[in-house]
Design a protein around this ligand. Structure first.
Ligand SMILES: N[C@@H](CCC(=O)N[C@@H](CS)C(=O)NCC(=O)O)C(=O)O
Length: 200
């Protein structure tokens, strides 16, 4: 299998952490790509019409995207402890993963607005509206911080979202908005899978 890869994408990081935690890292070859919403390039749109990463290219050349689909697929491919629960407990965990993915999305859109859009067209109000989404979701996640004690895909997604906030939005000091999450993240970020995938 081949994974389209960027060392700064929090969505790719979810997949990398998942692979490490389930002992599957060696199954996947990485193909480093550059993506930008303004310059979609050629490689990624040929695999995923949305032009986004990560994409997982299977041995039969079919492709899976996005990160949630890839992680659920990979969870069926190993015999260890599963990262997605079965039965009715699955749904709230998927909602947490969706919330973490939404934090990543809003945080990435802030970066795109501030870095990619021509300066005269940038909207500070729009950037603050994205940050409002992030801060509201952090407060929501903070109320659920105790549910992250046992490793699962929801916790991995939250850890990767928080890592991205540290990487791109350090000045916003997210820890002051979510103290319980901050305590959990201080331990979670020490896991070898998180250490090995720090954004570079
Ligand atoms: N929902 C997607 C989001 C993926 C995503 O937005 N990836 C970013 C990189 S971090 C990307 O490819 N951006 C390029 C673009 O927006 O065109 C997932 O979970 O994989």
């Amino acid at each position: 299998m081949k994974l389209t890869y960027s060392g700064t994408s929090p969505y790719v990081r979810k997949v990398m952490v998942m692979l490490a935690e389930t002992g599957q890292r060696d199954k996947v070859e990485l193909e480093t790509v550059t993506v930008s919403p303004l310059k979609p390039g050629e490689v990624v749109p040929g695999i995923n019409p949305l032009g986004k990463i990560p994409c997982l290219i299977l041995d039969d050349t079919s492709a899976l995207f996005d990160s949630r689909v890839i992680c659920r697929y990979l969870d069926t491919m190993h015999d260890g402890a599963k990262l997605y629960p079965e039965g009715s407990t699955l749904w709230p965990r998927l909602a947490i993963e969706a919330a973490a993915d939404g934090v990543m999305e809003a945080a990435i859109l802030m970066v795109y607005e501030q870095r990619l859009r021509p300066e005269a067209e940038r909207s500070p109000g729009w950037v603050e509206a994205q940050w409002l989404k992030v801060s509201r979701t952090l407060a929501w996640l903070d109320k659920r911080a105790e549910s992250f004690e046992n490793l699962d895909m929801a916790g991995i997604a939250v850890g990767c979202a928080l890592g991205y906030l540290d990487f791109r939005h350090d000045d916003r000091q997210w820890r002051s908005l979510a103290p319980k999450l901050a305590r959990w993240e201080a331990e979670f970020s020490k896991r070898p899978s998180m250490q090995a995938t720090q954004p570079a």
